[in-house]
Design a protein around this ligand. Structure first.
Ligand code: PAF
Length: 284
């Protein structure tokens, strides 16, 4: 049976509904998204149902996290399909603010986040996590959920948001969700829709090489040598460039020191596939 979500676009409407639910004793889960939804997002909605009695999804393509030259203008905007997908996953409310409502002309506040947000992605997208932290803080303040759910595909983003809510004393529990993959192991991403068949075939080699590298590291191969080999394997497979193949502690994201794995080591990869930047990660 279809479960049509309530759609709200203004903060007043949003707060009215949240207050009504709170008055009725409901608990609230928030899944922030930029739309262009896929099954990975829907798995976050389904996970939210396990924690909260009402689930809110937000759809907002956040200009603050795109650098000049990135794909802000071209980012897919597919609102009708997104709302239908959210209905199929039994989402209760979809919050779709416009840019002016999030950042009016007087907007003057920024967030500078360091620690887990340094290195890896930040070496290649220096202002990305500051923009993510800002919009996530605003969405958490607006929705005031009990739980908020983020996918582990954006592993450093998840770690950054965990830090953000600790540092700003935000009363919300962060839930990390396992990476959703297609039948070939490709991590689901809104940007996968940029691919034609040839690019998709190449993109699917990312996870194969990454898991192979993690298995070699886990079996005792020197970490630096395994990472260097994976980097070469990516280039030989046809990826145009590799931003990083890195091993870091899963919690602090500090790079592995002395090539020694610990129980929480995580392998993280970012590379370019036919003009699209892809990231992925796995346990070792
Ligand atoms: O992961 C995303 O889709 C975005 O970075 C997020 C968390 C919705 C913030 O805009």
């Amino acid at each position: 049976m279809t479960h049509n979500p309530i759609i709200v676009r203004t903060l007043t409407e949003l707060r009215g509904q949240i207050w009504q639910w709170r008055g009725g004793g409901e608990s609230i889960g928030l899944v922030p998204t930029m739309g262009a939804l896929h099954d990975g997002h829907l798995s976050l909605i389904r996970l939210s149902h396990k924690y909260a009695s009402k689930t809110v999804a937000s759809i907002f393509v956040n200009p603050a996290q795109f650098a000049p030259g990135e794909d802000f203008e071209a980012y897919p905007r597919t609102e009708a399909a997104d709302v239908a997908a959210l209905a199929s996953a039994r989402c209760d409310l979809v919050y779709i603010p416009d840019t002016h409502s999030m950042y009016d002309e007087g907007h003057s506040t920024s967030i500078k986040i360091t620690g887990v947000a340094q290195s890896l992605e930040t070496d290649h997208r220096p202002t990305f996590f500051d923009g993510v932290a800002l919009v996530v803080a605003k969405l958490l303040n607006r929705v005031a959920p009990d739980f908020t759910i983020f996918g582990e595909k954006d592993y450093q983003q998840l770690a950054t948001i965990r830090r953000l809510v600790i540092d700003l004393d935000m009363p919300v529990k962060i839930i990390g969700a396992p990476i959703a993959r297609d039948a070939h192991g490709l991590a689901l991403s809104s940007r996968n829709r940029y691919f034609d068949e040839g690019a998709l075939t190449l993109a699917r080699k990312l996870n194969v090489i990454m898991f192979d590298c993690a298995a070699k590291m886990g079996a005792g191969m020197n970490v630096d040598a395994a990472a260097a080999q994976a980097k070469q394997d990516f280039l030989d497979a046809g990826f145009e460039s590799v931003d990083y193949v890195a091993v870091a502690s899963a919690h602090s994201l500090t790079p592995l020191s002395g090539g020694v794995l610990d129980r929480t080591s995580r392998l993280l990869v970012a590379l370019h596939c036919r003009g699209v930047r892809l990231i992925d990660n796995c346990e070792i």
